[in-house]
Design a protein around this ligand. Structure first.
Ligand code: P6P
Length: 283
């Protein structure tokens, strides 16, 4: 799998360059979730496809920007599900964005995720890699090279609250819970970019990121294969929890369709346990 991680590092440098130089206009196409595609979305998807197409361990690719599965090597072990540029609409206001990779072995479902990684393109390029049984590892680019920085661990309880979704469409019990965290002194940290928002909570010791089911999006907005499961793995490996609105681990998700979404909550143990109580799903 080291070959895959090395490829992620190489393509991350190319994507960062594309972000800084490519046209930010819209293409005349939509992705599989019906969202308008930026030319940059299409360009980053192409860069990742090109990077992995000759890696023999990779059986197939599944992209958030495309329908269906791209078969690569019959004898490959891994299917890589990826979001090429999550939060890409934030680039034109100069906010951080990211790329998310889920590495699956066998059927595309949570329990078959064997590793995940994400790249944050911000003031610096940073990478988190998580593998089974290990703490997530943080790397940072210096002069074009990814250097190992540290392992990443979530505190039992944090200070940051990243509440996603349109507030007027939240359930009353969800709004009451989010408000209770602010009443306790939690700081609002939400940019609208899942990758930097979750990265900040991971690196600043913990808290809660929530994207609930809402009246306009009962199944949430974030995609299971490319976004939710890869981050759930990272948060659990960092000592936290990642659950859905029924209190079920997101790592137990079995998507029916590659672009299925799920309500999702990622955070330190204290905040997730409190959310389970607020949702009446404490085990
Ligand atoms: P909202 C970006 O479009 C994204 O997919 C995630 O990166 C982010 O967490 C979420 O949508 C933001 O959605 O509804 O809060 O604007």
């Amino acid at each position: 799998m080291q070959n895959i991680f090395d490829t992620i590092k190489k393509v991350a440098i190319k994507i960062d360059h594309a972000i800084k130089t490519e046209d930010l206009g819209y293409s005349n196409s939509e992705n599989s979730s019906g969202e308008d595609q930026l030319k940059l979305d299409v360009q980053c998807d192409y860069l990742i496809e090109e990077a992995f197409k000759d890696i023999s361990e990779v059986k197939a690719l599944v992209s958030e920007e495309k329908e269906g599965v791209m078969e690569l090597h019959d004898n490959g072990n891994y299917t890589i599900c990826y979001d090429p540029l999550d939060g890409s609409s934030l680039v034109d206001v100069n906010l951080s964005v990211g790329t998310i990779f889920g590495i699956y072995e066998g059927e595309l479902k949570g329990e078959n995720l064997v590793a995940s990684a994400y790249v944050v393109y911000g003031p610096r390029i940073e990478l988190i890699i998580a593998t089974k049984g290990e703490k997530p590892l943080l790397y940072r680019v210096n002069e074009g090279v990814f250097n190992f920085i540290s392992e990443v661990t979530l505190n039992e309880k944090g200070k940051l609250n990243a509440p996603g979704g349109t507030q007027q469409n939240w359930a009353t019990y969800h709004k009451a819970f989010i408000d209770s965290l602010f009443a306790e002194g939690y700081r609002l940290r939400y940019s609208g970019g899942m990758v930097p928002d979750l990265h900040q909570i991971l690196l600043k010791g913990g808290g809660l990121f929530s994207y609930p089911g809402t009246t306009d999006k009962p199944e949430g907005k974030l995609r299971q294969l490319f976004e939710v499961i890869p981050f759930a793995f990272i948060y659990e490996q960092a000592g936290g929890q990642a659950i859905d609105n029924n209190g079920v681990r997101l790592m137990e998700l079995v998507p029916r369709h590659p672009h299925d979404t799920s309500p999702c909550f990622f955070g330190s143990n204290s905040e997730i346990d409190a959310l389970k109580k607020a949702y009446g799903v404490s085990q």
